[in-house]
Structure formats: C-alpha cells, structure tokens
Design a protein around this ligand. Sequence first.
Ligand code: ZN
Length: 245
Amino acid sequence: MQSTARSQPKRRPAPSSADCCPLCNGAGFLQSDVPFGHPDFGKLWPCPDPRHNAERLARLAKVSGLDTAELGLRLSDFRAGDETTGQVLRAARAFLAEPAPLLYLWGGYGNGKTLILKALTNEFNEVGQMAVYTKFSRLLWWMRQVFGENGDREGYVDRYGRVKRVPVLCVDEFDKANLTAFAQEFQFDFLDERYEAGLRGECCTVFASNSPPEELPGYLLSRVEDGRCLVIENRGKDLRPHLRR
Ligand SMILES: [Zn+2]
C-alpha cells in the first residue's frame, strides 16, 4: 500500500462536458502531473471543487458502510482527554500514515473503538484509498446469505473475491458473531487471506474487538501478533464525552 502522501493533482483529463466543473471538466477526478515511472503516475484523485460534494457524499455513503452523518467523522474530532486516549489516537494516526497489514484494536465497552474505526474509514477514503466499514456479523450474514441452503458456491466465491479485494476493510465487533462451523471457516480463510494480501502491500484490515488477541484461536493469534502487524489496546473509558460538537 502506498503512503498517504501524494503529489499535487494538476493534469486535467480530456473534457467531457462544456458546462461543468472548470477544474476537471466534469470528470470528478484529476490526474497527477508526474512523469512516467513515478509511483503516482496514472493515479486519479478526487477533484476538490465543492460542486462534487453532494454526489461524492452519496457515493461514499453507499460503498463505505457509513451513513451520511457519519461521513463527517475524523480522528481530529477526538480530543485526547487523557494519556490513554492520546496514545490510541497517536497509534491510529501512525497507522493511517503507514498502514500495517492488520490492525487489531481492542478494549472495554463504550470507549470509542467504533467511532475510531469509522473515522479511520473516512480518513482513508479522503486520501483516495477505498475503505469500507462493516460489523463482522453483517459480513458473515452477507456471505452466508449467498451460500444459503442451496450452496451457491459460485455466488459465494464472487462475494468472497469482492471482500478480499477491498483496499481498506474496517471490521467492527470481530468477537460478536455466532461462530458456527461456517463462520469459523470463513473467519480463518478471510483473516488469513487479508493477512497475506496485507503483507504483499495490497490491502490492510482493521479489526475492533472487546476481547484481547490472546482469546483468538491460536491460528488467528499468530497472524495478529506478527511483528509486522499492529495491536492497539484501548484502556480508555468512554470516548464520547471527548467528542467535539
Ligand atoms: Zn471537478
């Protein structure tokens, strides 16, 4: 995965319509003005013109798993009211700047893990790395739905492939699902494939859980505790009082 730092978008794509945005001619994106061979060559960045905002918000809400109100949440909305909260926020920002293959964020109830996960989803989307937020139970339901009673293997493989390819996947309540045999098999395959793809720099995955990693099955624990991955314990109390208006 590339660093979030990027060159200034300058080059305009070919005009598509005369009466739209003067920056991008209505394309909604800009190309980087960099020479061939530069890591940003050929990359597209969202056009900053505010006329795209409504359309972009609606599109982001559709794919990110967040509602339109949640799309405004950023890490900067949290105030580090105490040292513990400050540590968690610093770790989240460091992960954003240089993502690890896996991040496992765990801690007590109501201390803001979900809000941090949603803010991270938005922060990644803002820098053009497509991020999706979901609860693990919902992901399981979505996968099981297609497999169903008829065992639609083809449909399952198709959905599995789509989940595997999401560049940044933020999975909340990783410990809150009913782990049937199907769920256990999916949990292992899914985490293992995301871990391997993460090591290749193709994606990153964030998990939030109330349980310490030690409570994961050994085969999952060994991946989460890989020195190249990141475990953050949130020992804080409820973060919500620290949210700014
Ligand atoms: Zn534009």
